[in-house]
Design a protein around this ligand. Structure first.
Ligand SMILES: Nc1nc2c(ncn2[C@@H]2O[C@H](COP(=O)(O)OP(=O)(O)OP(=O)(O)O)[C@@H](O)[C@H]2O)c(=O)[nH]1
Length: 401
């Protein structure tokens, strides 16, 4: 279908400059008749119906405002109904969506690319997701590099308990274009460092520097770049974990990344006390580890800026019935190569991405958490378990500043 209306979604933390970018694009010469959906969290504590307001700007644009909730969760269906109504009511040939600062990009993209079961409107007849754009605040990232504080200005957790840094990392890792805004507030050498970090966090995205959102509209409209599967595989840490031909640290522009892999489990208490004390220069850590005594589940790590979470996150294949396991291997050739006769797939594989940090001291500290020869003979079930049981759906937050 060639006549579907392309959609560009703007994401990014509070105050990064999404509205500024939007206003810049609306007043620029792009040859489109644009409709706009703006998601403003409003006061989420007010238990009110969402507000959908139409503002006729008198020009070519129409703005629909969705407030008191987030279009990635509570307002998913409402957003679809609104964009459905827009398409019925008006003539326009481009849709711009500004998500709220805490919107997670994947569900928003899914809503446009695949529809949403609870909604009475299927967007894929009318709309085609064209470009996912994330606006980041160069100034707050620079400040965090300088002081070791959070990557975002605002620290309030969203309704699901996720902190803004975690959402920011999702927004960086799942997009086609990264607008590095507020470049006027940051010296050039710092901008180069920030860009190098962004490239490592998300190698696929095009990075564009902006001041007061002065982006060339062709960088974010009609790019045709969005592809769900590619976007989902775009995160730098996934790339490193899958292409683990190098376990040697990769260093470029002061940005270091490496994969840490060990066959023996960690001592649960030692790794639990190391995680909150990881160096501030470590911007991202992802992957899974084996905590002695938890032979039932793999523990996941999610470090995003200064926030660190660790907890039960997935089943070891070794706990599956043999037939199921073989089915799994048949679909993914090569995976069984790492299979251990005694422990199966239980092991630790972690990706670390950071700036200006020395990996060897970190590797040594991680190795100090691995069980010693003597501890390999301990009764691991007698170890305390700081990570919570697998029945807990929520991961345990070890530290979140
Ligand atoms: N110095 C500087 N200020 C900027 C720039 N871009 C935006 N601002 C200012 O930063 C503030 C926040 O910008 P917005 O566009 O409202 O940010 P937003 O991402 O839409 O924020 P929310 O709607 O709160 O999520 C405003 O006061 C802007 O004028 C920039 O490139 N440089």
């Amino acid at each position: 279908m060639t006549d579907r209306i392309p959609v560009t979604v703007l994401s990014g933390p509070l105050g990064a400059g999404k509205t500024t970018v939007l206003n810049h694009v609306l007043t620029a010469d792009h040859g489109h008749e644009v409709a706009v959906v703006v998601n403003d969290m409003g006061d989420v504590n007010v238990d009110a119906e969402h507000v959908a307001q139409q503002t006729d700007l008198g020009g070519d644009e129409e703005i629909v405002e969705l407030s008191n909730g987030c279009i990635c969760c509570r307002l998913r269906g409402d957003m679809l109904e609104e964009v459905g109504r827009l398409a019925d009511r008006l003539e326009f040939d481009y849709l711009l969506v500004e998500s709220s600062g805490i919107s997670e990009p994947i569900p928003v993209a899914q809503t446009f690319a695949m529809g949403y079961e609870d909604a009475n409107y299927d967007p894929t007849d009318t709309y085609e997701l064209d470009t996912m754009v994330t606006v980041v605040n160069a100034h707050s990232i620079w400040e965090s590099f300088d002081t070791g504080t959070a990557l975002t200005d605002h620290q309030l957790a969203d309704e699901s308990g996720r902190v803004p840094e975690e959402v920011l990392l999702d927004q960086i890792e799942f997009c086609d274009v990264l607008l590095l805004n507020k470049c006027d507030l940051v010296p050039d050498d710092a901008l180069e460092e920030i860009e190098a970090v962004l490239e490592r966090l998300q190698p696929r995205a095009e990075i564009v520097r902006t001041e007061f959102g002065d982006v060339d509209p062709t960088s974010i409209l009609d790019t045709g770049e969005f592809d769900f599967e590619r976007a989902q595989a775009a995160a730098g840490w996934k790339h490193e974990l899958q292409h683990d031909h190098h376990h040697d640290p990769q260093e470029e522009h002061g940005v270091t990344s490496f994969v840490y892999q060990r066959d023996r489990p960690f001592h649960p208490e030692r790794i639990a006390s190391l995680l909150p004390a990881l160096p501030a220069e470590l911007i991202r850590a992802k992957g899974f580890f084996w905590s002695a005594g938890r032979e039932d589940v793999a523990m996941g790590i999610d470090k995003a800026g200064t926030s660190v979470r660790a907890g039960p996150s997935g089943q070891w294949l070794a706990t599956l019935p043999k037939a199921k396991r073989e089915q799994f291997f048949a679909a993914r050739p090569g995976l069984e190569d790492d299979w251990d006769d005694e422990w199966g797939d239980r092991m630790t594989r972690l990706v670390f991405i950071g700036r200006e940090f020395d990996e060897q001291p970190l590797i040594d500290r991680l190795d100090d958490c691995v069980l010693t020869d003597a501890e390999m003979n301990d009764d691991w079930d007698a170890y305390p378990d700081p990570f919570g049981r697998s029945e807990d759906r929520r991961e345990l937050a070890l530290s979140s500043q």
